[in-house]
Design a protein around this ligand. Structure first.
Ligand code: AMP
Ligand code: ZN
Length: 361
């Protein structure tokens, strides 16, 4: 099985060996070429399109060579949601391969990849449906209830930016640098015990007030503005222990907001959580030990097990697209017609409502 993911700025190609349906597939190769957007200050769609057009051929060629040029039986590719230019870079190439090899292909929803990948390690056995996933990354903060491969309900989403984005921006405000600022911030907090307290006022957004009750959503933009209001002098005048105290409080405030909203959603949707025993935490921010600890202590009574897929499978990759394609193909007998085009906006709840699915059931 060959899988391609080009929905954002990574050109990813994976080859999985599905020897039998009773054991997990083996990853023969996974390659990723990320567009360098550092100087551009963000991802520019036309540059991303060009990047995928340039990379998809050579990366696929390298992947096939390093796997020993295996015979491919199934081609899977991200069909949406995302920027059409980026998506078509992978989708058109995948269609070409499927035609040339005379093999079926499956156009996969990107988020389905994130949701189903923890099941690959246990060959689809665990986590068992129904289960919930909290996806916390640089681009998403979403709680999803999954009842089957094709039945997913979003229980809580962010109204503004993603948690990773907020942590990164707050970290930058207090002088933390690096590729993954929130990750650096966690290490910085843990480098030494907290010795000093800089009292800060940080919000817990979307709390109840007279005009607004029980909002089942996250909001992370207010932390950035609130943080700025806490500075009583220039950053350079705070010593390292004071900055560590700030970092700690930011991380605590943001994670407490997540826990507050999760508890609310669980309380207001008790019937939906019946039979749910697994809580999956994925996405880059899911690597944070403090967040894991908070979730286990605060939500421990609600779930039997907490599942943390390995980080390389949590950030965008083609392996998750391949596995989701395998589940759709094997369990739902679904393939995608060659007329399929990218789907820019594709609600997870309308997985099968886009044109050009072929059902062989
Ligand atoms: P992703 O979008 O899944 O690739 O994840 C990237 C995001 O995860 C960035 O915002 C990172 O700063 C954040 N991240 C990575 N490791 C950690 C960590 N240990 N604690 C908090 N955030 C992290
Ligand atoms: Zn993603």
């Amino acid at each position: 099985m060959l899988a391609i993911e080009t929905s954002c700025d990574d050109t990813c190609v994976a080859i999985l060996d599905r020897k039998s349906s009773i054991e997990p597939p083996r990853t023969m190769v996974h390659l990723k070429e990320t567009l360098n957007s550092a100087s551009a200050g963000g991802i520019i769609p036309t540059r991303a399109h060009l990047h995928h057009q340039q990379q998809i051929g050579p990366v696929t060629h390298r992947a096939l060579q390093s796997a020993g040029m295996p015979d491919i039986d199934l081609v899977c590719v991200t069909r949406g949601p995302g920027m059409p230019g980026s998506l078509s870079g992978g989708l058109d190439f995948a269609k070409g391969l499927a035609v040339a090899w005379k093999k079926p292909f499956v156009g996969v929803h990107h988020m389905l990849g994130h949701l189903l990948i923890p099941r690959m390690l246990n060959n689809g056995q665990n986590p068992r449906f129904p289960f919930v996933s909290l996806l916390v990354s640089g681009g998403h903060t979403v709680l999803v209830l999954s009842r089957s491969c094709v039945d997913h309900e979003i229980l809580c989403d962010t109204l503004d930016i993603a948690v990773g984005d907020s942590l990164d921006k707050c970290g930058r405000e207090i002088g933390i640098r690096g590729n993954m600022i929130a990750k650096e911030m966690e290490s910085f907090i843990n480098q030494a015990p907290l010795r000093m307290e800089v009292p800060m006022q940080l919000p817990n957004p979307l709390r109840n007030k007279s005009t607004r009750v029980d909002v089942q959503a996250f909001s992370f933009a207010p932390f950035i503005t609130a943080l700025k209001d806490n500075f009583t002098k220039p950053l350079s005048e705070y010593n390292v222990e004071e900055v560590r105290s700030m970092a700690y409080q930011i991380q605590e405030a943001i994670f407490h907001h997540i826990v507050t909203k999760l508890k609310l959603v669980i309380r207001l949707n008790q019937e939906k959580f019946e039979g749910v025993s697994s809580f999956v935490l994925s996405g880059g921010v899911g690597a944070n030990a403090r967040l894991r600890n908070l979730l286990e202590t605060e939500l421990g009574d609600n779930f039997d097990n907490f599942c943390y897929p390995p980080l390389e499978l949590c950030s965008d990759n083609a392996i998750m697209i391949g596995w989701a394609g395998i589940e759709l193909f094997e369990k739902q007998s679904l393939t995608t017609d060659l007329h399929a085009t990218p789907v820019r906006k594709w609600p997870l709840t309308q997985l099968l409502e886009v044109p050009y699915w072929n059902s062989n059931k």
